[in-house]
Write a protein that binds this ligand. Structure first.
Ligand code: SF4
Length: 270
């Protein structure tokens, strides 16, 4: 069996047609899923017997998650020269000044030029860059419907639900419980707004991680005999504008960022 070190090596074994017969959006998405051992190589119907025998559908993973994410960013940047940035800006609610596309990430400018170079008002890490690049490359431009659904209801949501609850909802709840300034900061620093919805929570705030990706945070304060709870909802159009893995990555990155803000606040106060 031949050792495989990265999703790119798996990608090179595929025919690159993005035909979706494997139920992934692209051959690259399938390659990443095989690398993460969520899928096996023989689920692509175009892999020949010889390749399967050589690679056996198994991979080894010497890369750290950071290296893997950095590689994902580089692979996505390579696809930017193949798209029309002006069209992409119109489709995604971004701006185009003839040279670069500027998309608002929680209200902050994030720029992509025609060569795929990135610059931003915020710190660029892979947890932001991967979702933003996928959004610009693949968003359908579907407008918000005004109907809120859970992560489980997104396409591909059930498979990632446990990770989403553990690494997104739980950390946000923990921060909200111990850092009362969280929601004020969401409103002020990241251009959030109070939401008026049928969801009967004590606090409801909408953030826009991306222009066509409103996210609703609902928090229920503790009451007699009952603990607090926090749930995150998405517009029904969310998975038409960003795949659920990228949505998960972005929310996980946001939870880490708010954790750092809360930590800084705690140390200032102590
Ligand atoms: S079935 Fe194979 S060729 Fe088609 S998208 Fe999936 S990986 Fe690519």
């Amino acid at each position: 069996m031949t050792r495989i070190n990265s999703p790119m090596e798996i990608f090179k074994l595929l025919n690159g047609s993005n035909c979706r017969a494997c139920n992934e959006k692209t051959c690259m998405a399938f390659a990443v899923a095989v690398f993460k051992e969520r899928r096996s190589l023989d689920e692509c119907p175009y892999i020949d017997e010889e390749t399967l025998a050589e690679y056996g559908g198994k991979t080894e993973k010497p890369n750290t998650i950071d290296e893997y994410m950095a590689e994902a960013v580089e692979n996505l940047k390579l696809r930017i020269p193949g798209i029309d940035l002006s069209e992409a800006a119109g489709r995604t609610g971004a701006d185009f000044d003839g040279r670069k596309l500027t998309v608002r990430v929680m209200g902050k400018a994030f720029c992509i030029d025609a060569e795929g170079n990135l610059s931003a008002d915020i710190h660029i890490n892979a947890w932001v860059a991967v979702p933003v690049l996928n959004y610009v490359l693949y968003s359908s431009g579907a407008p918000a419907s005004g109907n809120w659904i859970t992560f489980r209801e997104l396409k591909g949501g059930p498979e990632r639900l446990n990770h989403f609850q553990q690494n997104c909802e739980k950390p946000f709840k923990r921060i909200a419980d111990s850092y009362p300034g969280l929601f004020r900061d969401m409103l002020e620093v990241f251009s959030g707004r109070h939401a008026d919805t049928h969801i009967n929570s004590d606090i409801s705030i909408i953030l826009y991680p991306l222009p066509l990706l409103p996210v609703l945070f609902c928090y229920w304060e503790p009451e007699e005999g009952m603990g607090s709870s926090l749930h995150i909802f998405f517009d029904k159009s969310a998975d038409k504008n960003l795949d659920s893995e990228s949505i998960y990555i972005m929310l996980e990155g946001m939870a880490k960022m708010f954790d750092k803000i809360a930590e800084r606040n705690r140390s200032k106060q102590s």
